[in-house]
Design a protein around this ligand. Structure first.
Ligand code: NAP
Length: 227
């Protein structure tokens, strides 16, 4: 059975991806900060080890990598911080809030990858996925904090890929999804027209199955319909 580590799997895209991997008999180590919500989200799932904690906490990162064991086939950096809601322009963006976004969205995935490298290199076909966003490449007003962090994460993924040609490293842009984070970004707006996260999972599975070259991929470009 292949082993995976997915951060931020108590709801949204992480939870949807987890459900699919479990159905395909993967073993999965997962986290989220809210221990009760994580427990409820993973209850009854075979092969799942839920380790509550914050990816920005070095001790927690050590715990989840230890929980994986000696071989890691798939590492998905899904947990993410949006920053202030409502969104704030860069002119008065609170820098402490931005530091937290960078801790969660940039430093934590890099640090976790560093820790997990030996286990990844012990897998026959290792894959690292960072969950990106169109805000990493488009300049939307109000999205400069989160978007710049995702741009940094994309670049980390690109450089990791050339430094470790033995590992597939993908930045995966899922597109808009009807989740808590999306609602926080579009505060008070009706987001019921956005697709459910489960509809985006097949596009990521296609990447895992076909193993194209490392790079940045958008669910919207997938051969598999995401809506
Ligand atoms: N939704 C969209 O439209 C959209 C669009 C483009 C990209 N994305 C990206 O897709 C990914 C998933 O987003 P989503 O919309 O599914 O979010 P979501 O529904 O808000 O779920 C986020 C998950 O991550 C966990 N999490 C958040 N911060 C964490 C931390 N510091 N440590 C550990 N776990 C943490 C949350 O649980 P706790 O709160 O309990 O920690 C939750 O399980 C993110 O990388 C996001 O940037 C989303």
């Amino acid at each position: 059975m292949p082993n995976s580590l997915i951060t931020g799997a108590s709801q949204g895209f992480g939870r949807a991806l987890l459900a699919t991997l479990v159905a395909q008999r993967w073993t999965c180590v997962v986290d989220a900060r809210d221990a009760e919500a994580l427990q409820a989200a993973t209850a009854g799932m075979p092969g799942v080890r839920a380790v509550p904690g914050d990816v920005a906490d070095p001790g927690h990162r050590a715990d989840i990598v230890a929980a994986v064991g000696g071989r890691l086939d798939l590492l998905v950096h899904n947990a993410s911080a949006l920053g202030p809601s409502p969104l704030r322009g860069l002119a008065d963006h609170p820098l402490d809030a931005l530091r937290r976004v960078y801790e969660v969205d940039v430093f934590a995935p890099l640090a976790l990858t560093q820790l997990a490298l030996p286990a990844l290199q012990a897998a026959p076909t290792p894959t690292v996925v960072v969950i990106s966003s169109d805000a990493a490449v488009e300049a939307y007003p109000g999205w400069g904090g989160y978007g710049s962090a995702k741009a940094a994460l994309d670049h980390i993924a690109a450089v990791l890929a050339v430094e470790h040609p033995d590992i597939r490293v993908y930045a995966f842009d899922p597109g808009d999804m009807r989740t808590a984070m999306h609602q926080a970004a579009f505060l008070g707006e009706d987001i019921s027209d956005r697709p459910e996260p489960a509809t985006v999972v097949p596009a990521l599975l296609q990447l895992l199955k076909e193993r194209p070259d490392s790079g940045r991929y958008r669910a919207a470009d997938s051969l598999i319909a995401t809506r």
